[in-house]
Design a binder for this molecule. Structure first.
Ligand code: INI
Length: 160
């Protein structure tokens, strides 16, 4: 059988330093995403001292602060959290597109995980469903993804 290297991304956050960028707009939702993210980081072994939380006014400002964190050599991954609700804004598409493309660009520019945990929903009910409601907590899922991706990245970079 051919020898094969498999890199799965272990869910062990020990030694990882993680930045979390969470917007204040729709904070009723985003605070729940933040709780979920912090609980997930702690559950996977990321030390409290190794978590830096930055709040932004809205989702539009998330990429800039994510970039400032991702540019630091001592930050291994960034989790972005926000909530854009279509019913509540006439410029929903612009806000969604700015935050989504900005976060994607920051990840590739920094060559490290910058995870998109920003909810984009039609209404408040859909947002609650994903912020600790019947569809889980997307903030927790984003934090778990950050740990898995950082671990996989480290394994790839240290391949023999
Ligand atoms: N910011 C959000 O995070 N969610 C929204 O739903 C939203 N709405 O509805 O407009 C929103 N707007 C503010 C935006 O992110 C910026 O903070 C603002 O435009 C200043 O740059």
């Amino acid at each position: 059988m051919v020898d094969m290297e498999r890199i799965e991304g272990r869910l062990d956050g020990a030694g990882l330093r993680v930045g979390v960028v969470a917007s204040r707009f729709n904070d009723l939702i985003v605070d729940r995403l933040l709780d979920g993210a912090l609980a997930s980081l702690a559950a996977h072994g990321v030390a409290d001292d190794d978590v830096v939380v930055v709040r932004t006014p809205g989702a539009v400002e998330i990429p800039l602060l994510a970039q400032a964190l991702a540019d630091r050599d001592d930050i291994h991954a960034v989790v972005t959290l926000g909530c854009v609700i279509r019913g509540a804004t006439g410029h929903y598409e612009y806000v969604c597109s700015m935050v989504a493309s900005g976060v994607a660009r920051v990840a590739l520019d920094a060559s490290k995980p910058v995870i998109f945990g920003v909810l984009t929903t039609e209404n408040l009910e859909q947002a609650f469903d994903r912020a600790g409601g019947k569809l889980g907590n997307k903030g927790g899922e984003a934090a778990t993804a950050a740990i898995a991706a950082a671990s996989a990245l480290r394994a790839v970079r240290t391949l023999a």
